[in-house]
Ligand binder design. Structure first.
Ligand SMILES: [Zn+2]
Length: 83
């Protein structure tokens, strides 16, 4: 599993992570929960439905729509990816 380099993020990290998968190249990686929640909040601000997963860019192929494998969002939606 690839570890993303999130050292550039200007927020303190708790060490909690969410497992992500790139639907394009099938790379699985971990993203800090703080980052996921940040994206989630942005989606909420932008008025996106709660079923919208907080997308993250793939560390391998740069595909920008990687989704959580299994994540219960703060907005109250259970995101699940079927491999
Ligand atoms: Zn990828």
């Amino acid at each position: 599993m690839i570890k993303f380099d999130f050292s550039t993020i200007p927020i303190p990290l708790s060490g909690k992570v969410v497992e992500y998968i790139c639907p394009k190249c099938k790379t699985e990686f971990e993203a800090p929960i703080e980052m996921v929640e940040e994206f989630e909040q942005e989606d909420a601000f932008n008025g996106l439905p709660i079923s919208t997963p907080p997308y993250i860019i793939c560390p391998k192929c740069q595909h920008n729509k990687c989704v959580p494998l299994d994540y219960k969002s703060k907005r109250g939606y259970h995101h699940k990816y079927n491999k």
